[in-house]
Design a protein around this ligand. Structure first.
Ligand code: DAK
Length: 260
């Protein structure tokens, strides 16, 4: 698939997906969503890719939400394919068997915040602005925001943000646990790539299993989730990387993981 609304680059085992409609503040169009879905599939199937960074083009926005220019005069039935396409692509990103980092370089509003919440880790610039302003349009978050925001920052804070439609700045987003780290705008990408490089050096199967256990165990009863963890833990014993990790520890050297 040729991409029009995103950029896709791979370097040093790190794929970068850039939402690329800067004139519309990277608003998520239907085309962009299907391109994201395609890029996620490429990341899943390419063993060279170990970490994925999601960011926005330009210095103003990560993504200012779903592209609302096509929302007028749509009936509930007409809007469903757009909802489902976004939901499916976002969920595939969330469950991708590799580490994902959102590098939030500006506005992350509505669908922009929702797609960032599908990444494992969120880093943002000190100029980033977050919000779920859908209620101001007569809507509610429609790409998982009512669910993922509550899980990430707690129900009370999620309701406050979603019901008021108020925006918050980077420091507040950090305080409530919506983002992991805040960097000066000038160093956001450099710091994100540095961290992505660190994760790219980890044994990929262990990363995949850790992510699987966290994502799938999160909504289970604790005893079921513990069983899932046991399964994921034991699967690591089928890898050469575990052997290498244990040998390197004994031999007091740095492990050389091969991804096998
Ligand atoms: N969609 C389309 N175009 C957008 C846009 C958006 N969400 N956000 C900005 N733009 C466009 C503007 O129209 C403008 O285009 P031109 O007029 O230059 O052609 C250009 O980007 C620059 O924006 P501004 O001129 O407004 O820039 P400012 O610096 O003055 O303001 C702003 C920046 C981020 C505060 C402002 O642009 C803004 O409030 N944007 C809209 C934020 C927003 O309401 N986002 C949408 C949230 S609703 C669904 C699933 C999900 C969703 C909905 C349905 N289904 C399941 C069906 C999600 C909905 C949302 O995300």
């Amino acid at each position: 698939m040729d991409y029009k609304d995103i950029l896709f680059e791979v370097e040093s085992n790190i794929a970068t997906i850039t939402l690329n409609r800067p004139k519309a503040l990277n608003a998520l169009s239907s085309e962009m969503i299907s391109e994201i879905g395609d890029a996620v599939s490429r990341c899943e199937s390419d063993d060279e890719i170990r970490v994925v960074i999601l960011t926005g083009a330009g210095d103003k926005a990560f993504a200012a939400g779903a592209d609302i220019s096509g929302f007028k005069n749509k009936s509930p039935r007409e809007i469903i394919p757009f909802i489902e396409e976004g939901h499916n692509a976002f969920r595939r990103l969330e469950l991708l068997g590799k580490a994902t980092i959102a590098a939030i370089n500006g506005y992350a509003l509505g669908g922009g915040e929702e797609i960032a919440m599908c990444c494992d880790i969120r880093f943002c610039s000190d100029r980033a602005v977050f919000g779920q302003p859908e209620v101001l349009l007569g809507l509610i978050p429609g790409w998982g925001g009512t669910q993922r925001l509550a899980r990430l920052v707690g129900m009370g804070r999620a309701k406050e943000l979603i019901m008021s439609g108020e925006n918050i700045k980077a420091q507040r987003a950090f305080e409530i646990g919506l983002v992991n780290r805040v960097f000066p705008a000038e160093t956001l990408m450099e710091e994100t790539r540095k961290f992505a490089g660190k994760l790219a050096g980890m044994p990929p199967f262990a990363i995949k299993m850790a992510k699987y256990a966290i994502n799938h165990g999160y909504d289970m009863a604790l005893d079921n989730a513990r069983n899932l963890e046991i399964q994921c833990f034991s699967q690591c014993f089928s890898t050469s990387d575990l052997e290498e990790g244990l040998n390197a520890f004994q031999e007091k050297r740095k492990p050389q993981f091969t991804g096998k």
